[in-house]
Design a protein around this ligand. Structure first.
Ligand SMILES: Nc1ncnc2c1ncn2[C@@H]1O[C@H](COP(=O)(O)OP(=O)(O)O)[C@@H](O)[C@H]1O
Ligand SMILES: CC(=O)N[C@@H](CCC(=O)OP(=O)(O)O)C(=O)O
Length: 256
């Protein structure tokens, strides 16, 4: 079975173009079974502002106290997941919301409780649930909240969650859909780059902020044998007539 994981970033949820939904239809026509993992960082920030709770980040991860966790769950499960499932339905795609903390979908463990609070890393994925849904021609839309073995719920960065899901279901591709066309260096789209080059771009500051968890997740997906990892825009036609637009990340050294 050819499965494909699409991580849909919070940065682009409000701006998804018709081409995004067309791309998913084309992927299905070409035999791919899509699985979506969504983010929602900007919507969480807005709600935290309303509740007058500070947004704090540490190495790109949200420092999550108990109050912040309540807001994270409310926004991710109650708003962004619902929004994306509805948009997919309007686009003629049969999607089903799946909370990562339900049914052992995303089993997680604390990364560093002292520094980050309720933030987790995925230790196990219930691939049976995901595979059953895609076998029934449904598109699972997974919220990046995990649960520990003791049932404590943890906030997971959506890029890392997507890479973990892709590895667990042995996806052929893992595509990070965001609000830029791909990796831009001095304003220009890089169509292909290698893991080594990416380390250089991070060191010299060309890749920063929210792009860092994305490229780190991309590298970890490649290391675990995912064939193709890309960063693409949800505002443009990233997949048309079998061709892709965006940045492909490979393990191969590029001949410059
Ligand atoms: N080299 C780069 N090329 C493109 N975008 C970059 C780069 N470095 C940092 N970014 C930033 O990363 C953002 C995407 O990450 P993020 O805002 O976390 O999106 P998402 O919510 O989709 O995960 C871009 O909008 C841009 O501001
Ligand atoms: C631990 C951590 O940082 N979790 C993220 C989860 C949402 C997310 O990753 O959303 P984007 O993909 O839109 O950035 C957060 O709280 O913002």
């Amino acid at each position: 079975m050819k499965s494909i994981v699409l991580k849909c970033g919070g940065s682009v949820l409000d701006e998804l173009s018709p081409a995004f939904f067309e791309a998913i239809h084309s992927l299905k026509k070409n035999g791919y079974k899509p699985v979506i993992v969504h983010g929602g960082g900007p919507a969480i920030n807005t709600m935290l502002d309303l509740y007058k709770i500070d947004s704090k980040f540490h190495n790109g991860l949200r420092v999550t106290c108990d109050k912040t966790m309540e807001v994270v769950e409310m926004v991710l499960s109650g708003k962004t997941n619902r929004q994306l499932v509805s948009l997919l339905a309007e686009g003629g795609l049969n999607a089903i919301g799946l909370n990562g903390s339900d049914g052992g979908c995303l089993v997680a463990d604390f990364i560093n409780k002292e520094d980050l609070g309720f933030v987790g890393t995925v230790t196990m994925v219930n691939k049976e649930i995901i595979n059953k849904l895609i076998d029934s021609d449904l598109i699972p839309v997974i919220t990046p909240i995990g649960a520990t073995e003791d049932g404590e719920r943890l906030n997971i960065n959506a890029d890392y969650a997507a890479a973990a899901v892709a590895k667990a279901i042995d996806a052929e591709r893992c595509i990070f859909v965001t609000n830029v066309e791909g990796i831009l260096i001095n304003g220009e789209l890089i169509e292909e780059t290698s893991t080594t080059e990416i380390q250089e771009y991070i060191s010299d500051g060309h890749i920063y902020g929210g792009m860092i968890p994305k490229v780190e997740s991309a590298i970890s997906a490649l290391d675990k044998g995912i064939n193709q990892v890309m960063i693409v825009s949800g505002k443009k036609a990233f997949y048309q007539q079998g061709g892709w637009t965006g940045t492909a990340i490979t393990n191969k050294e590029r001949v410059k």
